[in-house]
Design a protein around this ligand. Structure first.
Ligand code: C5P
Length: 215
């Protein structure tokens, strides 16, 4: 069974999807980490982010290993580095590159072969697994997502201005939605869940209920 969880930045997809997979005993795939890994490798290899051919070349050459809960790029642990503001900014050059998307979509589909899988991203229900048995579109209002992000950063000792976070997030939403290839879009047959006012545990339970109704 394939469960796709798509939605905008900051909707809490990663941590929630991971826990849903764990509770169901399914494999978990964080596809955002793959686009981030490509951007990280482009920066590390001193290639130009604006050079589409170079970015595609890097994507085709690197080995990304997401097993074991870490993100290994050619054996180097990039788990923390791929979440840095620099890599987050750079990731759009990987995400809007058609050749990179084709390559990563292929890897994602391979990962889902013959496995029960929870996969999260932007295009999982629309492009990568259009025939998935269960599709979820996870959202929250921009303000709620920005508030959660500020609180999350605070727990890690990073002070951030709500207005700055909201502006960055709106920009990323706009880039993700307007991209020509693999844009952020709710699949017609996805269940939409707005998590405003819900605790993470409530969201996890609700998602498990939705999956179990389809099993
Ligand atoms: O989910 P996360 O914030 O880690 O994703 C980082 C970026 O990767 C997103 O802003 C988006 O541009 C891109 N992405 C994508 N397709 C996916 C997952 C992520 O384009 N399936």
């Amino acid at each position: 069974m394939i469960v796709t969880i798509d939605g905008p930045a900051g909707a809490g997809k990663s941590s929630i999807s991971r826990q849903v997979a764990q509770r169901l005993g399914f494999e978990f795939l964080d596809t955002g980490a793959m686009y981030r890994a490509v951007a990280w490798a482009v920066l590390r290899n001193d290639r130009e982010l604006t050079d589409e051919t170079a970015v595609a070349e890097v994507a085709n050459q690197i080995g990304i290993d997401l097993s074991g809960g870490r993100v290994l790029v050619d054996g180097v642990d990039a788990t923390d580095d791929i979440r840095s503001p620099e890599v987050t900014q750079a990731t759009r050059f990987a995400a809007s590159n058609t050749a990179v998307r084709m390559h990563l979509v292929g890897l994602q589909q391979q990962f889902g072969r013959e496995k029960d899988l929870v996969t999260e991203g932007r295009d999982q229900g629309t492009v990568v697994f259009p025939h998935a048995e269960c599709k979820i579109f996870l959202t929250a209002s921009p303000e709620e997502r920005a508030r959660r992000r500020v609180a999350d950063l605070a727990t890690r000792g990073v002070a951030a201005e709500f207005d700055d976070i909201l502006a960055q997030q709106n920009r990323r939403d706009e880039e993700d939605s307007s991209r020509e290839v693999g844009p952020l879009r709710k699949a017609d047959d996805a269940v939409e869940l707005c998590t405003d006012g819900m605790t993470p545990d409530e969201v996890i339970q609700r998602l498990i209920d939705i999956v179990q109704q389809r099993q």
